[in-house]
Design a protein around this ligand. Structure first.
Ligand code: GLU
Length: 428
């Protein structure tokens, strides 16, 4: 199969972006080991569809403002597409495309019957009222109606979106259909078909992955000193889970900056404070450090749970950790990845490490479709089983082929999608 460029489209494609190029470069590193047909591989380098909308929204002061929104569906080979919706001033089509590609490998790696998608609205959510966010969400959902659905594409929370956002999406979609359709989104409130343990799932999965890695490395998790960048749904929960397993969390950060105490932070109290005040701004104990300083603190495990592109050429040589866990998607740039490989600092890659969220999203969707709900212990156990199984497959590929954990995770995911695509064949 000729590439799109060979077919005559020499200008960069609309979804081209630095992050998309990173996703494709990672794919190109992994694909030679995935043992799939080159034509099949070529097809998987491009999203299947990209949808651009504009959402006029009435603000509280009466003005009408138009917000651009995006949804990219990378692959529907294994099932409906799946992935979060982010509200962020930096959202672009190209960013969504990269994140959608990673969702495909993540879902395949966890053996979920989904392909990857990602979407978002370019806005400043911290400056918007609840009413404005609700109107924006409802309008964005209406614009997405032609492409979302329980069998088509199933959104979920991501940066700056949450269970309330999903409730508005579910309600807007359901009102259009004339009946409740809880299975159209995941990460909903439990009262309308959400799953217990979905809120905690990403952070808990991060720590399940770290725990498995510690076993393989012969480290004791309760002796590890950790630094966590990000204190939201991923970093905040991961910090709590680390403490529960006896590890020390020496530093955390959020939008208000970082807080460091080499003796260990009081994470449960900080977490209650952040829930009450919206951030750690004003938290009085510990030493204040900048986000940049936090990343370079001497520690055993660095958990990157904020956002993409945090470790780059600018700081990769200065990190002083022994292991990195990617709670966020794409937190390490391609160049930084190479430096860390040379420095022999192992990275637990995003598509494995943060897959707890989409895995419990899958459990939520299954429960919604069956109208039969499971308990917390059952879900936690099912999640651990899936995370550990994926971890072991990645670890095995890494030892067999002498590849990094990232490339190994991508090889495992790409191979399953490639095999499925080959079985389905080319339409028409
Ligand atoms: N936004 C999360 C992720 O990046 C969860 C996606 C989902 O649950 O569908 O994996």
């Amino acid at each position: 199969m000729a590439s799109v460029h060979e077919a005559g489209l020499h200008r960069p494609l609309e979804w081209d972006s630095p992050l998309y190029r990173t996703a494709v470069a990672q794919f190109d590193q992994a694909v030679p080991y995935a043992d799939i047909d080159p034509d099949v591989a070529e097809r998987l380098r491009y999203p299947e569809r990209a949808f651009i909308v504009s959402c006029p929204v009435r603000l509280d002061d009466g003005r009408r403002v138009v917000f651009p929104g995006y949804r990219v569906q990378h692959s529907s080979v294994l099932g409906p597409t799946k992935g979060g919706i982010r509200y962020d001033p930096e959202v672009t089509l190209g960013e969504c495309a990269a994140l959608a590609v990673w969702m495909t490998w993540k879902c395949a790696l966890l053996r979920l019957p989904y392909g990857g998608a990602k979407g978002g609205v370019r806005c400043s959510p911290s400056k918007m009222s609840q009413g404005e966010l609700e109107r924006l969400t409802r309008r964005f959902t209406s614009e997405l109606l032609p492409i979302i659905g329980p069998k088509e594409d199933i959104p979920a929370p991501d940066l700056a979106t949450n269970a309330q956002t999903m409730a508005w999406m579910m309600d807007t979609y359901s009102m259009q259909k004339g009946h409740a359709v809880p299975e159209v989104v995941t990460g909903k409130p439990i009262s309308i078909g959400g799953s217990v343990f979905r809120h905690e799932a990403t952070g808990a999965g991060v720590v399940m992955t770290i725990a498995r890695a510690c076993e393989r490395l012969d480290w004791k998790l309760n002796e590890q000193r950790c630094v966590v960048q990000g204190f939201g749904n991923v970093g905040g929960i991961a910090s709590l889970e680390l403490i529960e397993r006896g590890a020390t969390v020496m530093a955390v950060s959020d939008v208000s900056g970082g807080i460091y105490d080499p003796g260990g932070l009081d994470i449960p109290t900080m977490s209650a404070y952040a829930a009450e005040h919206g951030s750690l701004d004003g938290w009085a104990t510990g030493v204040r450090v900048s986000n940049e300083e936090l990343l370079e603190l001497e520690c055993d495990i660095l958990v990157l749970a904020a956002r993409e592109n945090q470790v780059t050429l600018a700081n990769a040589a200065r990190l002083q950790c022994k292991l990195i866990a990617e709670g966020a998607n794409g937190p390490i740039s391609l160049e930084a990845d190479a430096i860390l490989r040379e420095r022999a600092i192992p990275i637990l890659p995003d598509v494995l490490t943060n897959a707890g969220g989409v895995t419990v999203s899958y459990f939520e969707w299954v429960q919604d479709l069956g109208r039969l709900f499971w308990g917390r212990d059952e879900i936690r156990a099912k999640l651990a089983e899936k995370m550990n199984d994926a971890f072991d497959r990645v670890w095995d590929v890494s030892s067999e082929k002498n590849l990094t954990l990232r490339t190994s995770a991508l090889v495992a995911g790409i191979r399953d999608v490639g095999v499925a695509l080959e079985a389905r064949g080319l339409y028409p």
